[in-house]
Design a protein around this ligand. Sequence first.
Ligand SMILES: [Zn+2]
Length: 315
Amino acid sequence: MTARREITKKCPRQYAKAGNSDKGAGAQNCASQASGCAGGPAKSRSSTWRERRDDVSVDEQVNETIDWTEVQDAYGSAEAVPGLLDQAAGLPSDAGVWNDLWSRLCHQGTVYQASFLAIPALGEMARVTPPMPHSQALNLLAAIAGSTDVSGTPDTRVRYADVLASCLPAAEAYAAAAADDTDFCYALSVVAGLRGERAWHQVLTFLADGTVPGGCPECGEDLCVFLDTIPARVCLSWVEPPDGPELVLAKADTIEGYAQGMLVMAGRHSRGNVTHRLLALLGDGQCPACERPLSRGSLFGLGVDDAQEGPSKRR
Ligand SMILES: [Zn+2]
């Protein structure tokens, strides 16, 4: 597996990790097989979500009747999805239901037609969930919005920009309630996903671990950056101790764009270690393979392309 593939395939279910009533879903193996995720007991095409979606002030376009039997999820027909959404709304702590939803709607980071159509329902759940880390609805919503791997369907996420934006206060509450730096990084990832900053969304999930895979934009070599070592280093392998060239931290007052907002957010919440990781991520280094310079997150694909494609930029 290449480093770049790992970036796009890191299972977002890691967000919902142990430590809360939803932990069961997060603890599940992301490599669920179709046979084990055949959907919940609810099979009816008649969805209360269809009936509830009268929140036209959020996005009138999404208030439409959906024939879920004609919609595809990771396993084929998405007929079970509306029933699972209803179950999740009725009992948010039901780990099994969330496991099914993750498997069907964001399977190892890949999203489908049903994933997009589920955004309004997940948004409604995310908005009403009390501020707490690991909200399944919020994390799944952000994972769908932040996915860089769309399978078999046009990317219609721009239609739901208002729904996603309406969940940003919940994401801010998530950040404020973060128990530690790892949780805070996941909260940053959720914010990035909701804002359509997809490259950032992917990288921030790794930032939580302090070790981020990337690739040299010049020679294409798979690289790995260790952010928490002193100094931070860019290496050819994940094997510790890291022995690649040193990364010189970026200066905070030179950071602009989306990264600047994250630095501000980390500062507002007194997350000094996260600030350090971000500055290392955006620092200057050298490719250990071709020895060409690396800077400003170029080895992670952080650049104008993703920013221009994000829903928040299209509006
Ligand atoms: Zn190189």
